[in-house]
Design a protein around this ligand. Structure first.
Ligand code: NAP
Length: 283
């Protein structure tokens, strides 16, 4: 695990860099990014040791791709073209079906492992990278059987060292479930933020009146549109299904309010308190 090439050095790639350096101090982290300024920032933050380009990938032991999912779909075939036969390529994209599909017949398909680390914050770019982001977090691996056994072992060695738990799933099921637990939460937060901004144009008022409930619910609305738009595009059908269910629930809640059925509103909330048990189980 000597030469690690990061394609994308934002929150996800940069946080991998910090933890890999900690657990594999002999490794050399090479950074590849679209913008020179991003590479310079990653160097100055010591996230990477060296700048690199796609043409250097033949020297890679491990390649970690952490760029928006539409860019991953475009670049992944070229990345696999350029690596050596013994390299491992891992992606971290938040959708999995389109990414797995684009290389299903690639001659180096067995060098690729499709992953989604369920870890993150609302911040982006190299300065958002933090140590221990992945400790205790789940990494969802898709189509593991399509990756060479030796390279699976290499990936597991890396993920285990940085403290991740592993779950295996097929890409279609991944995209369906993640629409509910991640993509819908982001849309809900963006639209809550929008609703409040439209009503409370004076940001000072929001700042003075917003309690921690508002801040925590709207936190995800600070997330990067450049990262999220391609995710919503790739998972459109599943997300529309979750939105229909969510909008029905909001509509029902509104009707209960209009009909002054506060006993039913109480019951709705009490039933949903079950989420505490689920989330306590996750912690
Ligand atoms: P980020 O902090 O915004 O970093 C994105 C990186 O991708 C930057 O290095 C950027 O480099 C590069 N990039 C942006 N647009 C690109 C394009 N069109 N082509 C090539 N490179 C491009 O994003 P992130 O949060 O690390 O997310 C990276 C990946 O991880 C995404 O696939 C996302 O779905 C996934 N993921 C995110 C989270 C999360 O909570 N944030 C969690 C799990 C998985 P330049 O500045 O040089 O353009």
């Amino acid at each position: 695990m000597k030469n690690i090439y990061l394609i994308g050095i934002g929150l996800i790639g940069g946080s991998f860099a910090i933890d890999i350096k900690k657990h594999f101090p002999e490794s050399i982290i090479h950074g590849i990014s679209r913008k020179e300024a991003t590479l310079e920032e990653a160097l100055s933050l010591n996230l990477i040791d060296k700048k690199a380009t796609l043409d250097d990938l033949e020297n890679a032991d491990v390649v970690i791709i952490s760029i928006p999912v539409d860019a991953t779909v475009k670049m992944l075939p070229t990345i696999l073209d350029k690596i050596s036969d013994s390299s491992l390529v891992i992606d971290a994209g938040s959708t999995k079906e389109a990414i797995c599909k684009v290389i299903e017949n690639h001659p180096k398909r067995r060098n690729f492992l499709a992953c989604h680390p369920i870890a993150g914050t609302e911040n982006s770019g190299p300065s958002a990278a933090i140590p221990d982001l992945y400790v205790g977090k789940t990494n969802i691996i898709c189509e593991v059987e399509k990756t060479t056994f030796k390279l699976q072992e290499k990936a597991l060695q890396l993920f285990t060292a940085i403290g991740m738990r592993i779950r295996y799933m097929d890409p279609v099921a991944h995209d369906k479930h993640i629409a509910y637990v991640s993509h819908l939460s982001h849309i809900s937060s963006f639209m809550l933020g929008k609703t409040v901004l439209e009503k409370e144009r004076n940001e000072r008022d929001i700042f003075d009146m917003a309690g921690s409930g508002f801040a925590s619910t709207v936190r995800l609305a600070k997330s990067s549109p450049a990262m999220w738009t391609p995710i919503f595009e790739q998972n459109k059908d599943n997300i529309i299904e979750t939105l229909e269910k969510y909008i029905n629930n909001l509509q029902h809640f509104k009707e209960l309010m209009e009909e002054k059925k506060f006993d039913e509103i109480y019951n709705e909330m009490e039933n949903t308190n079950y989420i505490k048990q689920i989330l306590n189980g996750i912690k």
